[in-house]
Design a binder for this molecule. Structure first.
Ligand code: HAM
Length: 423
């Protein structure tokens, strides 16, 4: 009996097998380049943590913590969860290594898989990949603008069309309680029209009701009070400065007053990059400010802000026409055992010199070897047979120009390296 992969989890195959592995590599390489230009360093964090970290960090009444984490007992009985996101882990690491004392602003990024037991659908997986960034140590709106400009440039560099940057301010510990009260008052009068999930959220997480996709909830909350109308003076001026900064950089954005985010740690600026081509799961990247999270997780009062890009969604929007596995410079075709032995050492020496080289591993006919070289897109094929060895020469075929020439076997490695390192 075959054993399939787990529901919502998939293999990412190479392009030559109809998959997208090279497209993922392209997104990762492009992002890494830009992140380094912005002064970020990579942090590698564990795939799993104590469950408590996510419960406290993301919020125990969020969907992620309540329903979506892969949680199990470790052998010593401690609760462990596969990471559903990485911000909490980066904060844990920062506290554990006392990192903030080494630098006034700390800029970190990570790349890797996350795990959420959500209902699988287009653009939503149970194992998915994020590239995320976190900046610690500044509450200045200048950092918010820099982070949003980084998202903007990332998608510009990846050439993803038609994206819309949406931003909102969620207030902070000062003004959010009052907004929450006003919102609850509004929702209380409409409880009968809300879905069962939102009736629960009304008690535990009323802001999330604004994010519900159910038609009834959307209609009932159309006139709901929004956070930007209930900001305290500090949050209001922070938001104004972020908007002014973005305008100054000519970065287009739209205010989405109903943008609330599914993680509890956000304060003030929250944002999402959305695409009209993705259906219900339309965010390709999302994030915001989370001043207070470091303290919540037992560290000092250090402000933070960040975002994460969903790689699967980005790859699905990417123009993949120019992305593929690089083809070999050279294919070494052989006829007979003696030629094969000679080829094995030549292939090794060429690879040692950085020449992408492929060869035949079976005793295939010359015709099928030429066919394979062609399929792989090899620029040249070197043909070695018994006659060639006897004469001390081999045939080099240029697959693009359709020309052949003789190579002297005594100096072939050198002449191939000269030829191929310039082709
Ligand atoms: P998030 O909005 O939960 O934020 O996820 C960020 C991005 O990951 C989403 O916009 C989406 O592109 C992708 N994503 C999320 N869930 C899935 C899924 N099930 N399948 C495929 N893609 C998915 C966070 O994770 C925060 N930690 C971001 C952040 C960093 N905020 C501050 N710093």
């Amino acid at each position: 009996m075959k054993i399939p992969s787990v529901k919502g989890v998939r293999d990412i195959l190479p392009a030559s097998l109809g998959g997208e592995a090279e497209a993922f590599q392209f997104v990762e390489t492009t992002c890494r380049g830009l992140l380094e230009e912005f002064g970020f360093s990579e942090i590698k964090i564990p795939i799993f943590e104590y469950t408590d970290l996510f419960a406290r960090g993301i919020g125990s009444s969020t969907d992620i913590v309540e329903k979506e984490m892969y949680t199990f007992d470790d052998r010593d009985g401690k609760k462990i969860s596969l990471r559903p996101e990485a911000t909490a882990s980066v904060v844990r690491s920062l506290i554990e290594h006392n990192l903030i004392t080494t630098s006034p602003v700390l800029k970190l990024y990570y790349v890797g898989p996350m795990f959420r037991h959500e209902r699988p659908q287009a653009g939503r997986y149970r194992q998915f990949h994020q590239i995320g960034v976190e900046v610690f140590g500044s509450a200045s709106p200048i950092i918010d603008v820099e982070i949003v400009s980084l998202i903007h440039l990332t998608f510009q560099r990846l050439k993803i069309p038609d994206l819309e940057l949406q931003i909102n301010s969620l207030g902070d510990q000062q003004c959010r309680p009052n907004y929450r009260k006003v919102l609850k008052q509004f929702l209380k009068e409409r409880l009968d029209h809300l879905c069962e999930n939102c009736k629960k959220r009304f008690e535990t997480n009323p802001l999330r009701v604004l994010d519900c996709k159910e038609k009834g909830c959307r209609t009932a909350t159309r006139e709901a009070p929004v956070s930007i109308d209930h900001l305290c003076q500090e949050c209001l001026s922070h938001f104004m400065e972020v908007k002014n900064g973005l305008n100054q950089l000519k970065i287009p954005f739209k205010i989405n007053e109903r943008l609330v985010r599914g993680l509890d740690y956000y304060v003030r600026t929250a944002f999402e990059m959305v695409s009209p081509h993705l259906g219900a799961q339309n965010a390709v990247a999302a994030g915001g400010r989370y001043d207070g999270l470091v303290e919540t997780l037992g560290g000092p009062a250090i402000p933070g802000i960040g975002f994460a890009i969903g790689m699967e969604r980005v790859v699905s929007l990417l123009d993949k026409s120019g992305i593929s596995t690089p083809s070999p410079h050279l294919f070494v075709a052989t006829l007979g055992q003696e030629a094969k032995a000679m080829a094995a050492s030549a292939v090794f020496q060429l690879r040692q010199k950085g020449i992408r080289t492929e060869t035949d591993y079976e005793n295939s006919s010359l015709k099928s070897q030429m066919h394979r070289a062609d399929r792989l897109g090899a620029r040249y094929v070197l043909i070695i047979g018994q006659d060639e060895i006897k004469n001390g020469r081999a045939t080099l075929r240029d697959m693009v120009r359709k020309e052949q020439k003789d190579l002297d076997l005594s100096a072939w490695i050198e002449s191939l390296v000269n030829l191929l390192s310039t082709s």
